[in-house]
Structure formats: structure tokens, C-alpha cells
Design a protein around this ligand. Structure first.
Ligand SMILES: Nc1ncnc2c1ncn2[C@@H]1O[C@H](COP(=O)(O)OP(=O)(O)OP(=O)(O)O)[C@@H](O)[C@H]1O
Ligand SMILES: [Mg+2]
Length: 324
């Protein structure tokens, strides 16, 4: 069902990602490791799960994995690798974890391994293990996804000192749906699962307000069909629920950063602003302004073109309105 809030798991359920699916297949078949990147709620997990399912692969969600040990346990569980838990205690040193991890990779070396939310295990050891996996088991096919800020960036733009330097995965970008595709998505969803009468103007407004993010469109459809909310309520709830999710993520992102500077910048660029306006508002030197804006852009929160900055995702805008 299109308006099911869980990530989709098969091509039958996946709406309009055939081109991206084929491209992913082509890249993986040609022996490359691939990182699927995209903003929040563009359908990365759905594409990864579907790809793993349809290619006899293993999907591993690393959410909550805080150490190599967690990664080992999750990977072992998903791949049916029997861990000898005896001795695998907390005192187990990193090097040994790496060895167990290599054993697991050798066990799955003919399969596609899809690692989602990789930013959760952002340790240097993880990159080192990946390097040795790459060197030893060339045939192993790995697809990564997650938020760009953490380890994905280090995977995709490795510095010369990084173990993955020269072994950069290919990048597949998932873009938000176009207006037409968003409209078709909502129409198909309503046709499929809804007895509620939905007017064309309502669909148009939802498309206009939710801007092609399939996850938010799914929320809207779900609120209307399953929870039977009116159009206005469903839009309001989508913005409200969505901005809660994004707000939490923004707060995480701001931890350890100069919060006040970032919040000011987000408020300034939310509806579009030039570099000079940001500099004036922040009252900081150019170097600081540059770092803040670049960080926000590479985290895919803010867009930039020719010195003009703005926020595209309507839910991120709403979250910025609510941030304290
Ligand atoms: N191609 C698609 N067709 C139908 N529904 C989709 C598609 N892609 C995603 N969805 C729906 O959109 C929502 C978000 O999808 P998903 O979790 O795959 O996105 P994501 O990019 O991984 O999100 P996040 O940024 O939170 O990790 C889910 O409800 C999922 O069912
Ligand atoms: Mg996801």
C-alpha cells in the first residue's frame, strides 16, 4: 500500500524509482560500492531494502549502533552468522572486533550487503575494516546509505590519510519527486486505498506544500485515508509530525556546534538570503560564515546557488520556525 508509513520492501510497492533502481543495479553489477544519498524522506531506505530483497542481499539498519561491537552483532544477526558470544564481552578490543567483522564479511562475500544509517558507526576502525574487506574480498557488493553529515561524507570524500582514499564508492542521488510525479503518487495512493472523496485542488495544494518529498506525501495520504482526517487537518498534522522529526534531528546536528550561530543562520536563510545578509546577521568574520554555511549545505539542510542560500524542504522550514 503506497500510504503505508513503513519503508517499502519490493519493486511492486516502490513508486517511480525504476530508473534509480536500474542505475543502482548497473553500478553494483559493475563491481562498485555505492552510496545512496538524498535528503530526509526521499526514500533511501525503501530503495535499499527493495534492492537487498530483490537481489538476495542483506539489509542492515545500523540505527543505534554505537560501536564496532554493535555493528558486528547486527550484521551477524541479519546474515545468519553464528557469533561465538563467549568472550565477546565489553573488554573485547577493537582489533579483535575487526577480525570478527572480517569473518562475517567473508561469510557473505557473494551477497549484496546494504548498510543503512552508516553515520551511526562513524569510527575510524569501521573505515579500516572496510578497507581490508575491499582488499580481501573484491567480489563483495556493499551499498551504503544514511545521513550525509557523518561517515558518508568521509566515505565519499576521503582525505589522503583515510583508509578509503582511492576506494571511493560511487554516489547515487535520490531527488525529491517532480510536481507531476508527486501528483500521480497521491492520485494512485488515493485510488488504491481510500474511500474518501479527494478533490483535485486538495491534491494540488498538498503537492505545492510538501514539495516532492515522498515521505511527507505518504504521511499526508496516510492521515487522510487511514486516520480519515480532512485535507486541512492532514496537511497540518504532516507539517507538525514531520517538523517534530526534523527538529529532533536538527537538535542532534547542533550538539557540539556553536548553536546560536547556526540557529541564526537557519532563520536567516530559511526563506532565502544572500551571503552578505547572513554575514550581517551573524556579525562574524567571513571564515566563520563560510564554515557555517558550508556545513549546513553539506548536511543537505540548506541549498546554495551562486551565493544565494535557501531551505527547500517545507518541513525543515517549519522545524526552523519552531527551533528555540
Ligand atoms: N518510491 C516510493 N514509493 C512509495 N512510497 C515510498 C517510496 N519511497 C519512500 N516511500 C515512503 O516514504 C516514507 C519514507 O521512506 P524511507 O524511509 O524509505 O525514506 P528515507 O529517505 O530513508 O527517510 P529518512 O531520511 O528518514 O531515512 C515511507 O513511508 C515509505 O513507505
Ligand atoms: Mg532512511
Amino acid at each position: 500500500m503506497l500510504f503505508d508509513l513503513r519503508p517499502k520492501e519490493s519493486r511492486r510497492e516502490l513508486f517511480d524509482r525504476e530508473e534509480e533502481y536500474q542505475e543502482l543495479k548497473r553500478l553494483v553489477d559493475s563491481g562498485l560500492w555505492v552510496a545512496v544519498v538524498g535528503k530526509r524522506m526521499t526514500g533511501k531506505t525503501s530503495l535499499l531494502k527493495t534492492f537487498a530483497n530483490e537481489n538476495r542481499g542483506i539489509y542492515v539498519n545500523l540505527l543505534g549502533a554505537r560501536s564496532i561491537g554493535d555493528l558486528v552483532r547486527k550484521l551477524a544477526a541479519e546474515s545468519g552468522f553464528k557469533l561465538d558470544e563467549v568472550g565477546l564481552d565489553l573488554k573485547f578490543i577493537q582489533v579483535k572486533w575487526s577480525r570478527v567483522l572480517e569473518d562475517i564479511f567473508s561469510h557473505v562475500k557473494d551477497k549484496v550487503v546494504a548498510l543503512d544509517e552508516v553515520q551511526e558507526v562513524s569510527s575510524y576502525y569501521f573505515l579500516k575494516v572496510l578497507k581490508s574487506v575491499w582488499d580481501k574480498y573484491r567480489g563483495i557488493k556493499i551499498v551504503f546509505s544514511g545521513s550525509y553529515v557523518g561517515i558518508l561524507r568521509r566515505l565519499l570524500e576521503p582525505k589522503p590519510a583515510s583508509p578509503l582514499y582511492g576506494r571511493k564508492p560511487a554516489k547515487l542521488v535520490l531527488k525529491p519527486f517532480s510536481r507531476e510525479v508527486s501528483k500521480k503518487f497521491l492520485e494512485s495512493g488515493f485510488r488504491e486505498s481510500c474511500r474518501v472523496r479527494v478533490r483535485n485542488e486538495e491534491i494540488e495544494e498538498a503537492v505545492e506544500r510538501l514539495n516532492g518529498y515522498v515521505g511527507w506525501l505518504t504521511y499526508y495520504g496516510n492521515f487522510r485515508c487511514i486516520r480519515r482526517l480532512s485535507h486541512d487537518e492532514a496537511l497540518k498534522e504532516t507539517l507538525s509530525e514531520g517538523s517534530k522529526i526534523i527538529l529532533e534531528e536538527l537538535n542532534n546536528f547542533l550538539k557540539g556546534r556553536r548553536r546560536e550561530l547556526y540557529v541564526k543562520t537557519l532563520r536567516t536563510v530559511s526563506n532565502g538570503a544572500r551571503w552578505s545578509e547572513v554575514k550581517k546577521t551573524l556579525n562574524a568574520n567571513s571564515k566563520v560564515v563560510k564554515i557555517v554555511l558550508e556545513t549546513l549545505c553539506s548536511a543537505m539542510i540548506v541549498e546554495e546557488k551562486e551565493g544565494y542560500y535557501w531551505v527547500e524542504d517545507p518541513i525543515i522550514k517549519e522545524a526552523i520556525r519552531r527551533i528555540k
